[in-house]
Design a protein around this ligand. Structure first.
Ligand code: SF4
Ligand code: SF4
Length: 422
């Protein structure tokens, strides 16, 4: 696709501003009704989903030109997808999120990206990871785990910890717990490229070519190793494998670790024996929730009824967040004795972003921290002792937002509580 392919979406946008809020029928209070961190923080229409469509339409039509402000507008956004869901639910079946991504590709191809991206992308090209950890430190969490090395051996299941879990930051225990559960379940599991990035985050930063090369390399290595299923505890990797790799032709089944644990609990193959006395609230990661829907191949045509109403023949898959992964993490938490689950107001497809997505953590640290702090406020309003998620990027962002120690809320990954309960 090219940016011009999204011209019709920009023309169709009525500037109604539904995309600045969570879907209206899910609003519970004015305090937590906003859905777009970008427009809330920047307080200017162009920083909303619809505003960005207007911005690129003006560029395509030659009515404006790329400036530093345009770059700021395109990239100061988490690509969290709330605008996409709100537009589809409240307004039109438009591909707002896909258009925002394409806007970034278009700018990145012209070398117009936030200055802070340079060091990140150079590191990714040199080391295959977004993070600066030296090669020697990669995957030290897996030492002694006794699993297959799929660069030399074969297995049908590969465990992909994700670079954020592999490369320090105190999050390695989630990877180790996951691997131990997979092995105890008697699965023939292996590791490949331990500590390498899936490429999803550079895709969202606008580097389409780097992503495509990474996907081709990983899919080739999986094929050589006979991999049929990938399991990951990272929501970003989950979305990358389940949706982005599927678009590149992958047929490898993708399972998030919370889905796997939920399955084991349901089948009576995993039992929680140690109470964890904690009142928790669960944060839906964007890439496991509303963007965690399976990719459905579609080929067809856009048609108009009476020259106006747009229909797709055959009907097009509608990615509106309804098929995201919402129940498995909640069911796992409810299955742990001692845990009481209370909900925030913005949940499931209406969840507020943690702030780290779309290259915001890398390029705009202050906006990133502000977005995380807003979610922490919402968690505190529930009276919960702990904010729990299923993504290392969310966990890291919330932990940093709480670093001043003022808030009486702790941060966990679901799998850290699973480990305590075993
Ligand atoms: S909700 Fe959709 S139609 Fe309305 S302003 Fe946003 S993008 Fe445009
Ligand atoms: S993707 Fe998220 S941050 Fe970006 S415009 Fe849409 S709602 Fe706002």
């Amino acid at each position: 696709m090219a940016l011009a392919d999204y011209r019709a979406d920009a023309m169709r946008c009525t500037r109604c501003s539904y995309c600045k809020w969570i879907p209206f029928d899910l609003v519970k209070s004015s305090r937590f009704a906003k859905g777009c961190p970008s427009v809330d923080h920047n307080n200017f229409h162009n920083y909303s989903g619809g505003g960005r469509l207007v911005t690129y339409l003006s560029l395509l039509d030659g009515r404006s030109e790329v400036t530093d402000r345009v770059v700021d507008i395109a990239f100061k956004c988490q690509l969290c997808g709330n605008c996409d869901v709100a537009c589809k639910v409240c307004r039109y079946d438009m591909e707002v999120l896909a258009a925002l991504r394409e806007f970034r590709f278009w700018l990145a191809e012209q070398g117009r990206v936030p200055p802070r991206y340079q060091a990140v992308i150079e590191g990714f090209r040199r080391r295959g990871t977004m993070l600066g950890a030296p090669e020697a430190d990669r995957g030290s969490w897996a030492q002694g785990a006794g699993v297959k090395d799929l660069s030399r051996e074969k297995a049908e299941l590969v465990f992909h910890p994700g670079c954020r879990h592999s490369l320090g930051g105190g999050l390695e225990s989630v990877a180790r717990t996951s691997l131990d559960i997979l092995r105890k379940a008697g699965l023939d599991v292996g590791l490949l490229d331990n500590g390498q990035c899936c490429g999803g985050r550079v895709y969202h930063m606008g580097y389409r070519e780097e992503f495509a090369r990474t996907a081709a390399r990983v899919l080739g290595a999986w094929e050589d190793a006979g991999v049929k299923t990938v399991v990951t505890p990272c929501a970003d990797c989950y979305h990358t494998f389940k949706h982005l790799y599927a678009r590149e032709g992958s047929r490898v089944e993708t399972i998030h670790m919370v889905e796997f644990v939920d399955r084991l609990v349901r089948e009576g193959r995993l039992e929680f024996t140690t109470p964890v006395p904690l009142k928790v609230t669960y944060h839906d990661p964007c890439h496991l929730g509303r963007q965690g829907e399976p990719f459905v191949p579609w080929e067809g045509a856009e048609k108009k009824i009476f020259g106006q109403a747009v229909v797709y023949d055959p009907p097009r898959p509608r990615y509106n967040g309804a098929q995201g992964v919402y129940e498995p993490p909640r069911d796992v938490l409810r299955a742990i004795p001692g845990i009481e689950l209370v909900e925030m107001e913005r949940i499931r497809e209406a969840a507020w972003c943690c702030g780290a997505g779309g290259g915001v953590r890398e390029a705009y640290p202050e906006f990133n921290a502000w977005t995380a702090a807003e979610r922490v406020e919402e968690a505190k309003s529930t009276g919960a002792d702990a904010l729990v998620s299923a993504c290392p990027w969310c966990e890291q962002n919330f932990s940093e937002a709480l670093r001043d120690g003022r808030a009486p809320v702790r941060v966990f990954d679901v799998l850290e509580l699973v480990r305590q309960a075993l």
